[in-house]
Design a protein around this ligand. Sequence first.
Ligand code: NAI
Length: 408
Amino acid sequence: MSTSYPLHKIKVVLLENIHPRAVELFEAAGFTVEHHKKAYTGQELLDVAGDAHMVGIRSKTRLTKEFFENARRLWAVGAFCIGTNQIDLKTAAAHGVPVFNAPFSNTRSVAELTISEIVALHRHLFDRSREVHQGRWLKSATGAHEIRGRTLGIVGYGRIGSQLSVLAEAMGMRVVFYDIVDVLPHGNAARMPSLGALLEVADVVTLHVPGGTGTKHMIGGEQLALMKKGAYLINNARGDVVVIEALAEALKSGRLAGAAVDVFPEEPESNEEPFKSPLQGLPNVILTPHIGGSTAEAQHAIAEFASGRLIKLMNVGTTTGAVNVPEVELPVLHHDHHRILHFHRNVPGVLGQLHTMIAGAGVNIAAEYLQSDPKHAYCIIDVDSSAGEAIKDGLARIPETIRVRTLF
Ligand code: NAI
């Protein structure tokens, strides 16, 4: 398998100190890699990455309309993180540039952090540890519990929630969950009919829902009042899911016996900025700087996942996992065939033009794949070998063509 472009001339620019595993994988694929530690903006970003075929970023680099309009050789973007808000996805799609992220790679890390917090809250671990650091020896069993036999309420039973469910049961917890989708329970986990029903029975409530308008402030004063007296709340999901002032109130009044919070409505942009929260200084409250998914293993997994997507796009044409263009999973190309990858604007008549042009050249179509969204379509045509390059130029001249590439 090859591309119509010499592999070593495919330039991959990685910014923001992406895990070196990505460099290894791109180099093993034959591409040329530039690895930068920093994030860049504006003209500096264009100087560093403006001539790249693939760009890998994390959350700090903003890929704007201006960037896509100027990065003329760009074929794809890898967001080596979960979120893609930092990327102008629409403009990327309009230029035929698929954007990939790595949404599952830190699932385990968040689930493990949550397990550790469930234990730590039940033992008031952070307060006891701080006291000993300060030279105070307050040995006591009051308020300390095993987690075995306690009820964990998981709100949002997706990737993280369901993984956590398995780990918690292995530690002897009883698991109940609430999700708006009819998901399959793992082990003995029991689905609850409503959020309220879960809040009423759980000793620990842990949130694993997505952010956005559907979940904004889903835990406020009213919901906290439904929780068992002395229960714990964990938010490792998104900062705006919880009304933070209401949580502070519930902790101060003693309704809740503690909380662990990793995500906040407003978070500093960098490690240099200070941080303030109404939860600071409250007893048995674990505050962490959005590190739920921040482990070496997650970074390694992200590097493998995102690089894998980009390499598969380059070598096979597959767009599965792209967040902004139609997703097409493709088989490996047969050695007797050429593969034409054609991104075009989704308007009537384009497929007709493609077929007429291919038929006019006397070329046989061996296989064809198509996927579209309201604006764009991605059509992949496998043709008899030697024919691909011959018709590529003609296809590029179709006015609705955004991008055409050949593999052989
Ligand atoms: P997911 O998409 O796999 O699961 C989310 C689940 O929540 C889905 O099953 C969905 O049906 C359910 N859901 C959506 N709206 C709901 C509602 N109103 N009530 C109940 N359930 C609802 O997501 P994943 O990967 O498990 O991530 C969960 C959260 O964890 C996300 O908010 C994500 O941003 C956050 N996260 C935080 C990290 C950190 O560093 N603290 C790292 C990774 C993810």
